[in-house]
Design a protein around this ligand. Structure first.
Ligand SMILES: Nc1ncnc2c1ncn2[C@@H]1O[C@H](COP(=O)(O)OP(=O)(O)O)[C@@H](O)[C@H]1O
Ligand SMILES: [Mg+2]
Length: 318
């Protein structure tokens, strides 16, 4: 049985826009249209797309915050908008740009409120809290008011709060946005453990590294429709997208010359090398390191907008 099912789901917003000085016009915005997909229990699905594609609208409908304008939607067999309270016990949700924690309360008290809200049995609550505190390294932060937490700390607090009631599904809307590298890594590690322990995850993100490290399946949404559903290498292959290897050489030198690699920029001792994103970076890194003395190197994922643009370009040819 599928945990999430959408059949021809749409959502329209009516917006009023000013036309000239006095007139106002009503305009329909189709945030989501003809959206159909299913998610099986235990999956970790990346849900990506450009700004305004309809990702947050989808998540809000799956949570029951927004009612679809049309189509059929089920989460754990429940119509989210109709049975929002019942569904709330089975889902967890994290919005990266907004906290669900109580601003003036210490983290510990926020968690306690979550426990009461969802009537989590005390033994289970204690076990879940202990696990979250350990995995998210929240031990030193439990007595800190939420408003004093850094963005990364707050996000870890939000993740814990979303999971204290053992939801079957976790929705994440840009959970790594604005986080530093270390916080991102911790959040990813945590999400991997949560998913491996059986929680189904739907992850919206602008960071393709999140997808690469967590999701075997990725759905691309654009203008409210699913335009790709498959794995990440498949998406990269379809658009022939490229990743970039940025290397700092010990000495300035001629552009690096290796098969399968294209030098796109040279600046002093730093060089930018593009290679097909569907290929593994490891052998390329090894080949460069083998032939050129290096100070440093990093791999940059392509940005989502580029991948999608290239995907369309590829589709018209193929
Ligand atoms: N409450 C709303 N009122 C009017 N338009 C909205 C509202 N929420 C979203 N939209 C519009 O719907 C489209 C999809 O938005 P959204 O789901 O937030 O996209 P994403 O999360 O992919 O960036 C956008 O054009 C956005 O402006
Ligand atoms: Mg959004």
């Amino acid at each position: 049985m599928n945990l999430i099912e959408l059949d021809n789901v749409s959502r329209t917003f009516t917006v009023r826009t000013r036309v000239g000085r006095l007139r106002r016009e009503r305009r329909e915005v189709r945030a989501v249209q003809g959206l159909s997909f299913t998610v099986a229990p235990g999956e970790c699905v990346g849900y990506i797309g450009p700004n305004g594609a309809g990702k947050s609208t989808t998540i809000k409908m799956l949570t029951g915050i927004l009612v679809p304008s049309g189509g059929r939607l089920r989460v754990a067999g429940v119509d989210p908008a109709r049975e929002r309270a019942r569904l709330a016990r089975r889902i967890g949700v994290v919005f990266g740009q907004r906290t669900t924690l109580w601003w003036d309360l210490p983290l510990r008290d926020s968690f306690e409120l979550v426990r009461r809200l969802y009537r989590v049995p005390p033994p289970r609550y204690r076990a879940n809290l202990a696990r979250c505190v350990e995995l998210l390294r929240l031990g030193d932060l439990l007595d800190t008011p939420v408003r004093q937490l850094s963005l990364g700390q707050r996000m870890r607090g939000d993740l814990a709060a979303a999971l204290l009631h053992d939801p079957q599904v976790l929705y994440l809307d840009e959970p790594t946005i604005g986080l530093d590298v270390l916080s991102k890594a911790r959040v990813r590690e945590f999400l991997r453990e949560v998913n491996e322990a059986g929680t189904t995850v739907l992850l919206t993100t602008h960071d393709l590294t999140d997808i690469e490290q967590l999701c075997r399946r990725v759905m691309v949404i654009d203008h409210g429709r699913v335009v790709y559903d498959g794995d990440l290498p498949g998406l990269h292959a379809q658009g022939e997208s490229e990743r970039t290897l940025v290397v700092d050489l010990v000495r300035e030198g001629a552009p690096i010359d290796l098969p399968g690699v294209r030098v796109v920029k040279v600046e002093g001792n730093r060089q930018w090398l593009a290679f097909p994103a569907a290929r593994s970076a490891a052998p390329i890194v090894a080949a460069v390191a083998d032939r050129y003395p290096l100070l440093d190197l990093s791999v940059r994922e392509p940005v989502i907008e580029d991948v999608i643009a290239r995907m369309y370009a590829g589709a018209t040819i193929g």
